[in-house]
Design a protein around this ligand. Structure first.
Ligand code: NDP
Ligand code: ZN
Length: 363
């Protein structure tokens, strides 16, 4: 019923009504929420959302752990669904196509970074995040994410998903997938390399799977042995629950840790010329100081940050994942179970990725 209303709105250039789950303050619980999205522009697509993954960034954002969030907030940047309406000038999609949306919904398109499809580094500061962001292309209205029944997005920022793909497993690829695929490519991981993955949750699991597919020997650093069986089943060589007394040295370590820790623990474990890619983003009040002396005594190694990936690389990651059947381990939940999922993810009770089934939104 709501879909037919949306189709009429899209056709008549009206704002698109939407419903989802929002959090009202950093300390509250999720509640159902009705809102509207901007009208379908000539180059926009309207996507009916089937599944949305829960990324730990959603928790950091909802709890204002990085900066003060924009409330009410509808998080969600791991979105998979179906295109149900297209703007007049859309050429990339047809109605009925599957599509995905990740962390960004727009950027200037004109600067050097955007032209290189590294939209996440838009030099004009016009990269629009999928939620918790002011949309400079639409009167600075707040963006609302994927914990909802639909989204309107510029076709350039929607990822093509084949018709036969399992959408519930595609959703987490749009953030967890690209955020780990990108540094593995940036560091040019090759057969025989030793790769370490610190933090074995939603992102960590994807890093492990991609690195193994790229021919690396992969070890995992976790804070306990709870998921050792799963690690070995994925093809990892070992799961360590401590960084001390480890003899082997690594070409690349990707840290996905979402809490405070000392990065030097991992720099210590790199080979000469080795790289530490940091993607985990602990709350700002937990940020650590770098010990310069230890860094000097660890010379000849590189530490870099990595932020999601551009749209072109996201499409490449999706095609690579589907071609090699690399999918996340997921647990599907109902829309009214988001609070419980957040609690589990912060208390070490979650396994890998929770994915919300949007069919369970109450009407
Ligand atoms: P999850 O909660 O799914 O996974 C985090 C994992 O890290 C859990 O398995 C947790 O273990 C483990 N962990 C926590 N503390 C430590 C520690 N001190 N040592 C080792 N392991 C630890 O989170 P996500 O994978 O979804 O996200 C991870 C981080 O990446 C977040 O900070 C998120 O914001 C960030 N991120 C960054 C992006 C970027 O572009 N750079 C994009 C997307 C996410 P346990 O189960 O025991 O709690
Ligand atoms: Zn994310």
């Amino acid at each position: 019923m709501l879909l037919s209303e949306n189709l009429t709105q899209a056709k008549e250039g009206q704002r698109i009504s939407a419903k989802g789950y929002a959090i009202q303050t950093k300390d509250s619980n999720f509640e159902s929420f009705s809102f509207t999205r901007h009208a379908l522009g000539d180059y926009d697509v309207l996507i009916e959302i089937y599944y949305a993954g829960i990324c730990h960034s959603d928790i950091h954002s909802a709890r204002s752990e990085w900066h003060k969030g924009i409330y009410p907030m509808v998080p969600g940047h791991e979105i998979a669904g179906k295109v149900v309406a297209i703007g007049k000038k859309v050429s990339k999609f047809q109605i009925g196509d599957n599509a995905g949306v990740g962390c960004m919904v727009n950027s200037c398109g004109e600067c050097e970074s955007c032209k290189k499809s590294q939209e996440q580094f838009c030099e004009n500061g016009k990269m629009v995040l999928t939620y918790d962001c002011k949309d400079c292309f639409h009167n600075n209205e707040p963006t609302y994410g994927g914990y909802s029944n639909n989204i309107v997005v510029s076709e350039k920022f929607a990822i093509k998903v084949p018709q036969n793909a399992p959408l519930e497993k595609v959703a987490p690829l749009l953030c967890a997938g690209i955020t780990t695929y990108s540094p593995l490519k940036f560091s040019q991981v090759k057969k025989g390399d030793k790769v370490g993955v610190a933090g074995f949750g939603g992102l960590g699991m994807m890093a492990v799977k991609y690195a193994i597919k790229m021919g690396a020997e992969v070890s995992i650093f976790a804070r306990n042995k709870k998921k050792e069986k799963e690690a070995l089943a994925m093809g990892a060589k070992a799961l360590y629950d401590s960084t001390s007394d480890i003899q082997e040295r690594f070409n690349l370590i990707i840290s996905t840790i979402p809490t405070a820790y000392n990065p030097m623990e991992y720099v210590n474990l790199l080979k000469y010329g080795g790289e530490l890619a940091i993607v985990g983003l602990p709350p700002t009040n937990e940020s650590v100081k770098t010990d310069m002396t230890r860094l000097i005594f660890n010379a000849g190694k590189k530490v870099y940050g990595s932020m999601i990936g551009g749209i072109k690389e996201t499409q490449e990651m999706l095609d690579f994942s589907l071609q090699h059947q690399i999918y996340p381990e997921i647990e599907i939940i109902r829309a009214n179970e988001i609070d419980k999922a957040y609690t589990n993810l912060t208390n070490g009770k979650a396994k890998f990725r929770y994915v919300i089934d949007m069919n369970t939104l109450e009407s």
